[in-house]
Design a protein. Structure first.
Length: 162
């Protein structure tokens, strides 16, 4: 009888101890996978000091509130086809500066070796931005910008999954 109880106890330990752990997290995505998985649209912009972004004489650290509606509806797609890193930026339904709705601007992009700096190149000009945050739904970058009064500031831009 003791052998039967011991055998049942051992089997119970084996079957309960070897169950699949459903709590194991899925493998994390690379920054390239996160960046290229979504279409990104502007959802916020701030400055490290009060700036007059739109030139109306009023300053604020909330740059997004000073932006024109035509800037807020643009969206960007980052592509990685056969390790060719390119992208497309679309003028939204409200075009700025004489453009037309849905104008398309192609660019290339690359991360630095530590994937903390994102470089984009458009029409021969390159820009580096600091990658502040990158998740499945949020892309946050920062860079040095100039306001309407030639004041240099650090601009942090948040884009979200469209």
């Amino acid at each position: 009888m003791k052998k039967v109880i011991l055998s049942v106890a051992v089997l119970a330990v084996i079957f309960t101890g070897c169950k699949k752990n459903d709590d194991d997290p899925a493998p994390s995505k690379t920054k390239t996978e996160l960046l290229t998985a979504n279409t990104w649209i502007l959802s916020g912009a701030t400055a490290d000091k009060s700036v007059d972004y739109d030139g109306n004489g009023n300053s604020s650290i909330d740059v997004f509130s000073q932006m024109d509606a035509c800037e807020k509806d643009d969206f960007t797609i980052f592509l990685n086809n056969d390790n060719i890193k390119s992208g497309i930026s679309y003028e939204g339904a409200l075009p700025c500066n004489g453009g037309t709705a849905n104008d398309v601007y192609a660019f290339t992009w690359a991360f630095n070796s530590t994937e903390t700096i994102l470089t984009t190149s458009f029409d021969g000009d390159s820009s580096d931005v600091i990658l502040v945050e990158l998740t499945d739904t949020t892309l946050k970058i920062s860079y040095t910008a100039i306001d309407s009064n030639d004041l240099s500031y650090i601009k942090t831009v948040t884009l979200t999954k469209k």
